[in-house]
Design a protein around this ligand. Sequence first.
Ligand SMILES: [Zn+2]
Length: 243
Amino acid sequence: MDRDTKGLAVVARSERIRENDRMLTLFSPSLGIVKVISYGARKSIRCVRAPLYTEGVFSISLSRSSSWSLKDIDVISTHDYLSEDLEKNMAASLFSEIVISGRDASAELYSLYTSALDALEFYNSENVVISFIVHAMKLLGLSGDYEICPVCQRAFREDEILGFSDTEGVAVCSECDTMSGSLILPPNARRFIQRTLSLSLKDSMDLHTSAEQRHRIFRYMLRSLSLSFPGKLESLEHGIWEL
Ligand SMILES: [Zn+2]
């Protein structure tokens, strides 16, 4: 990378490091996952505000101490509404944790992440969380396609209730279930997940389901994520959602 560079990115994490300075973790399809210092109110330096979840084109520069610092942003969206609602905020925090846990920032994952942050403005947060997890797990290779049992390779029957393998971290047929039926996926919920997977996150927001059914699928996705994801997810462990 050059000493000065710029790229499309989202502030996926923001931590205070000194009284006025913050360490930002940018998630960017061109720069990757990069830590950048945002220097705060100091007389000599022009202050650039970069709140959490800001999307824009970030100009950053490499200092002599080989750390990146933030120079400027052409803001696309600040996603302000995320700080006003606890559910939306938790959802955004979960999405961010998932995307920055990997090493690279693919264009597909970036597009999924930003569509999900955008969708939280207008849609029910459970809907957005379901669709994000379904798509992210597929992109990260953490789930099967819900058509074939990933363990024994048998095609699921239309009316089959799926179990879960906590050793493989995937939904499986009843014979491969290792959780004694304590994490099951009924046929109608599976069809909803398959439909979600066949559509973009934005288009999947139009899928219709009852609030009760949506809540069940939401809880299923959170539980399967906690069993499939390599590493701990703070927003699940210490968040507001009951698993
Ligand atoms: Zn099986």
